[in-house]
Ligand binder design. Structure first.
Ligand code: ATP
Ligand code: ATP
Ligand code: MG
Ligand code: MG
Length: 244
């Protein structure tokens, strides 16, 4: 930047550096996707095509930022775990958060416009935040928290929309579900001919991307996609490199 008498204004800028040697998770979430999904007529409760648009955006972002080691997404959100030792942009929070929100939005928009009839009055926008976690246990629990949330929402939404399909109004379906436990919802679904266990894994578990060594060529890294349980320890035990 050229020197000028105006340069003093730079002194007003403040920077937050995310703590070194910690696990950073950046979560992006769609702005007003309740409305967005209505506008574009998403299938309820789960539009598979829309989920795949999210997944493509996340995959592209992982290819752009080599320091992302893992990602988890469902609905209109995605969480990205960065390598503990990452020093990209000296760990400047504003850089990371704004780049994740804008890059994710750009990739989402590109893919979305291929799959849907994009209208300028309803464009997809994502916010982002970064959270710093001190140890592997909390990082694991963070991802467990998101997957449990996916499960709870999906069970609720699947039951809700099935009740509506069977003739209830939205209000009636909502009232019917007040105070119900998981077991009650499973049973309600069963009575309507649905075994929740047989619902697609991508709906029940969300999507996980992991950067890991390729099976055949251990020195090559690939980004693998899963729709599996990450709540049990198995997931983490078999991927100890993730939280180094
Ligand atoms: P950073 O990621 O740190 O912002 P940067 O490469 O974007 O790095 P900037 O300081 O933001 O660096 O500078 C933007 C650069 O983009 C300019 O130096 C110029 O080379 C180029 N640029 C931007 N707009 C135009 C334009 N309209 N025509 C030609 N070049 C442009
Ligand atoms: P905010 O701007 O505060 O995030 P929001 O309207 O995006 O508000 P969320 O809590 O993020 O609210 O919820 C996202 C909503 O988007 C879901 O409740 C659901 O209605 C809808 N949605 C997202 N993805 C899909 C999908 N693949 N299929 C159907 N609906 C979806
Ligand atoms: Mg949202
Ligand atoms: Mg959301």
């Amino acid at each position: 930047m050229a020197n000028s008498k105006y340069e003093y204004v730079k002194k007003f800028e403040r920077e937050n550096y995310l703590l070194p040697d910690t696990y950073v998770v950046i979560r992006v979430d769609g702005k007003g996707f309740h409305k967005f999904s209505k506008f574009y007529n998403f299938d309820k409760p789960n539009d598979l095509k829309a989920l795949e648009v999210m997944n493509t955006a996340a995959y592209n972002l992982m290819n752009q930022f080599g320091d992302i080691v893992m990602a988890y997404g469902d609905s209109d959100e995605y969480s990205f775990l960065l390598k503990r030792s990452s020093e990209v942009y000296q760990r400047r929070e504003a850089k990371w958060v704004s780049l994740f929100a804008s890059s994710f939005t750009a990739y989402y928009l590109m893919e979305f416009s291929k799959q849907f009839d994009l209208q300028s009055k309803m464009v997809p926008i994502f916010d982002a935040r970064a959270v710093v976690y001190p140890n592997p246990q909390v990082v694991q629990d963070y991802f467990r928290w998101r997957q449990v949330d996916c499960h709870i929402n999906n069970l609720y939404n699947t039951t809700f929309w099935k009740l509506v399909e069977s003739g209830m109004t939205n209000q009636e379906a909502e009232n019917r579900l007040i105070g119900t436990l998981s077991a009650d919802k499973n049973e309600l679904l069963f009575k309507m001919g649905i075994n929740y266990n047989n619902e697609p894994e991508i709906f029940k578990k969300g999507t996980i991307f992991v950067r890991e060594p390729r099976e055949d060529k251990k020195r090559k890294q690939v980004v693998n996609k899963y729709h599996i349980d990450l709540i049990k320890d198995d997931f983490w035990h078999s991927r100890e490199g993730l939280l180094q």
